[in-house]
Design a protein around this ligand. Structure first.
Ligand SMILES: Cc1cc2nc3c(=O)[nH]c(=O)nc-3n(C[C@H](O)[C@H](O)[C@H](O)COP(=O)(O)O)c2cc1C
Length: 393
């Protein structure tokens, strides 16, 4: 008896693991995140526009896609390195810009920027970020960041933000064009996450059940430190100031004249818009439906990617986000023609689940899954899966 117990002990390795280490998929990280923050915060990140159809459509189309294995290929050392406008990166994916990340963790941008820098991927600071361009640049990660801009109603303020980003050393600019009006997310209204916020009994109760979150949120200065701080705008004015329903391609042409560095236009879903933006000299078409947070009936981002790649041909640089929940999804997007892939919610789940360690865990999960996905389809590198192209049969 004692002998068999000793034998079992020698087979099994006894080790304590943290909840994050026990998270083996993005869904595991998501569930952990849900337990860590008040409902109002979790649903702000997790939720989608209107009835949530587009969030599901994004995920389902990526899951329905097939990667046909080629066999007898040496995949003993899968190479994930990619190219981002001429600069090498360690992995072919990064973090999409997300607003108000300090709601999810007090050191949100630091953790996100460090995670990106370790992979030589530029961090994209949101227009609604909770750090300034200067603060992100001063972090000294060794890889210059990009700045994401909403074209403000006040064009002088918009220009000021671009100049500030440039002076802080931002390498590139992402102009997000899919917010002519803010999307309607019912969960945020129910939870009182409106502009200005309304504390209702439901959200107050949820917040009080997470004193640890409340303590660190208040200690961090909340969302007072903002990437738009220099404009003097108050958070309560954002709806009016930041989103302009009258932005057109003329404004994009104006930005192209002002911004002489790399320029990406984010939120393109129609091949005609992709073509028009390229004709204006934009460097990157970023295919995205904002993770299903804007239009309630937008096409699945993957379908839009296929159509846009089909229209613009192989040369223009096309980036992709919306619905990525695994390394397999990244492989699908690369095969469908994306040059680089971004995920939004997965990294914010990571932040909620464990700050910097959570962001690292999400990078690890996506990386391991992508290596396995490429090995199993016989693609020893990112270039191989990209060259294979979408199925045509
Ligand atoms: C909480 C949250 C905040 C976001 N804020 C911004 C933003 O400030 N600017 C922007 O261009 N996109 C923003 N997005 C959209 C993301 O950049 C990205 O398009 C989207 O998250 C991709 O979908 P996914 O979450 O399914 O990966 C936000 C998304 C989330 C989830």
């Amino acid at each position: 008896m004692v002998r068999s117990i000793l034998q079992i002990r020698s087979w099994v390795s006894w080790g304590w693991s943290t909840p994050l280490e026990r998270a083996h998929s993005i869904e595991d990280v998501r569930l952990l995140a849900r337990s860590k923050v008040p409902r109002v915060v979790f649903e702000f990140v997790d939720g989608g526009a209107e009835d949530g159809v587009v969030v599901r459509r994004n995920e389902e189309s990526l899951r329905a896609a097939e990667l046909v294995p080629r066999v007898l290929v040496d995949v003993s050392a899968v190479d994930l390195s990619a190219d981002l406008l001429g600069t090498p990166t360690v992995v072919p994916f990064g973090i999409a810009p997300t607003g108000l990340p300090a709601l999810s963790h007090p050191h949100a941008e630091d953790a996100l920027a460090d995670g990106c820098a370790r992979r030589q991927v530029p961090f994209v600071l949101s227009s609604m970020g909770t750090r300034s361009n200067d603060e992100v640049a001063a972090r000294g990660t060794g890889r210059a960041h990009w700045f994401q801009l909403y074209v403000w109603r006040d064009r002088v303020a918009a220009r000021g933000l671009m100049e500030e980003a440039r002076e802080a050393g931002a390498e590139g600019l992402v102009v997000t064009v899919d917010v002519p009006v803010p999307g309607f997310r019912p969960a945020d209204v129910r939870n009182g996450l409106t502009v200005p916020p309304t504390i209702n009994p439901r959200s107050a109760f949820g917040i009080l059940r997470h004193p640890g979150w409340l303590w660190s949120f208040l200690g961090s200065g909340g969302v007072d430190r903002c990437s738009f701080g220099s404009t003097g705008a108050a958070l309560s004015d954002l709806g009016h100031q930041m989103f302009d329903s009258a932005v057109t391609f003329e404004d994009l042409a104006w930005i192209r004249r002002i911004w002489d560095g790399p320029l990406a236009v984010k939120g393109v879903l129609d091949p005609r818009d992709a073509r028009a933006a390229l004709d204006l000299g934009v460097d990157v078409i970023w295919v995205s439906n904002h993770g299903g947070r804007q239009s309630g009936r937008a096409p699945a981002a993957l379908e839009a990617l296929r159509r846009i790649r089909g229209e613009v041909g192989a040369d223009p640089v096309v980036w992709f986000d919306s619905g990525i929940r695994s390394g397999q999804d990244v492989a699908v997007a690369l095969q469908a023609g994306a040059d680089f892939v971004f995920a939004g919610r997965p990294f914010i789940y990571g932040l909620m689940a464990g700050g910097a360690a959570g962001v690292e865990r999400v990078f690890e999960i996506l990386t391991d899954e992508l290596v396995r996905a490429l090995a199993l389809v016989g693609a020893p590198s990112v270039a191989h899966i990209r060259e294979r192209g979408p199925r045509t049969d």
